[in-house]
Design a protein around this ligand. Structure first.
Ligand SMILES: [Cu+2]
Length: 132
């Protein structure tokens, strides 16, 4: 009588099950795209009483300014932005030209980080409130 735990076939099946499970988990994990954006000013979901004059986004590594883009869309459409640069703090920064009126805003970003050839993109929202 062979002990089931000693049976090479049982061991092979266990190994196979483990591999399939790992592959499935990896596939599920990659369905949620990785975002390299760590933080921003204004923060995602922020409710502000003072309209921001700049946007600043922080990433996992230094973004390539030439291959990055930022858009700011609000209740009056797209805002003009000027002078994208990095402060070399793994960030992108840009000036908002026209003043923001109260309402909901969306920041859309596209970037390439360090030596990674992947083009990442994402968006986040913030709200500018009417001054009390
Ligand atoms: Cu700056």
């Amino acid at each position: 009588m062979v002990n089931p735990s000693e049976n090479p076939m049982t061991k092979l099946i266990s190994l196979f099950t483990l591999l399939v499970t790992t592959a499935m988990l990896a596939a599920c994990g990659s369905a949620i795209p990785h975002s390299p954006m760590l933080d921003s000013e204004p923060e995602a979901g922020a409710v502000l009483t003072r309209a921001p004059r700049t946007l600043r986004l922080y990433f996992e590594d230094l973004p390539d300014v030439d291959r990055s883009a930022l858009r700011l869309v609000g209740p009056n459409g797209e805002h003009q932005l000027r002078g994208m640069h990095t402060m070399a703090a793994d960030d992108l920064m840009i000036e908002i030209l026209d003043p923001l009126t109260p309402g909901d805003y969306t920041v859309e970003w596209t970037t390439v980080i360090a030596d990674d050839p992947t083009v990442y993109s994402g968006k986040f929202d913030f709200t500018v409130q009417e001054r009390p």
